[in-house]
Design a protein around this ligand. Sequence first.
Ligand code: AMP
Length: 214
Amino acid sequence: MNIILLGPPGAGKGTQAQRLVDNHGMKQLSTGDMLRAAVKNETPTGLKVKAIMEAGELVSDEIVSALISDELASMGPETGAIFDGYPRTAAQAHALDQILEAHGRTLDKVIELEVDEDALVDRITGRFTCASCGTGYHDRHKLPKVEGVCDVCGGTEFKRRPDDNEETVRTRMQEYRSKTAPILPIYEERGIVSRVDGMASMDEVTSSIEALLA
Ligand code: AMP
């Protein structure tokens, strides 16, 4: 299966993609994660996109489509792909069609996580992760049981994304509304869009997605 998880920042795409990886051995292709790694490693791409990401704007279609194409090329044909945070523009949606075709894959489903935008700002501006194992926490909704110590691995270092501040989040939402939401009709015409209530608990969202894939 090849599926796209679509939804504004903070809708839970990354969490749900990770669960699909764990439950089904699929591979998560997150352009956001790939770009953050490039920034961290100070690659030529990383240096080019750092300021754009910090401002919450979209990086060029060519850069992200090349990342996705390279990643798919390294995967065996039996491994399903979960596209997380890609495509985000009509040009990327068309590029993805071509990339999938070149790899003999077809797009099975587009799952849109529907969420309330004000709640998203609250979700995003409080989130942080364990620097060692990546477990997610939240200032207001999910603090570690022992302050400063990760529940899962005992790590004591935590990190926050630099673009998770309110001003940048608003820009990211605006980018989603103006450039990403308009690509849904492309997939609606093909009859492959399903919607899931992204405001439900994480486990409920996972169950709804599992039901769609069954
Ligand atoms: P994300 O982790 O998906 O929220 O992405 C973080 C940031 O990376 C975004 O705000 C953009 O600056 C950039 N980015 C990630 N994926 C894309 C994409 N498909 N197209 C353009 N920019 C992207």
